[in-house]
Design a protein around this ligand. Structure first.
Ligand SMILES: [Zn+2]
Length: 107
């Protein structure tokens, strides 16, 4: 377990919704779309900022990254490894983009 995976699994991360909850951001919305809250599911499933990484991960795992596709990802070791790298990458980039203090202490 890496610090970045712990952040995404516990939802204690530099996503805007989390920072907004602690009054570290003025709004909970993602920079990709003004009406989309930037939470873990948004970032993993549909965020346009990570569309390239999302598509690469789906191509590498031959699974869709949506609620129903996740069981396929965790049943295969290679797919799980690709998915976890995707999770770490988007978490790291959200921490940096959102100037999260979590990034400063755990990365
Ligand atoms: Zn987004």
């Amino acid at each position: 377990m890496t610090p970045l995976l712990a952040q995404i699994l516990t939802v204690h991360s530099g996503f805007v919704q989390y920072l907004y909850r602690f009054k570290l951001k003025n709004l909970p919305y993602c920079a990709c779309t003004p009406d989309k809250v930037q939470d873990v599911l948004h970032v993993l499933e549909e965020c346009l900022i990570f569309a390239k990484e999302h598509a690469e991960t789906e191509a590498g795992t031959d699974a869709r990254i949506v609620g129903q596709g996740l069981p396929n990802l965790v049943n295969d070791y290679n797919s799980l490894a690709i998915f976890l790298r995707f999770c770490e990458g988007v978490t790291r980039r959200c921490n940096i983009r959102n100037n999260s203090k979590i990034y400063m202490t755990l990365n």
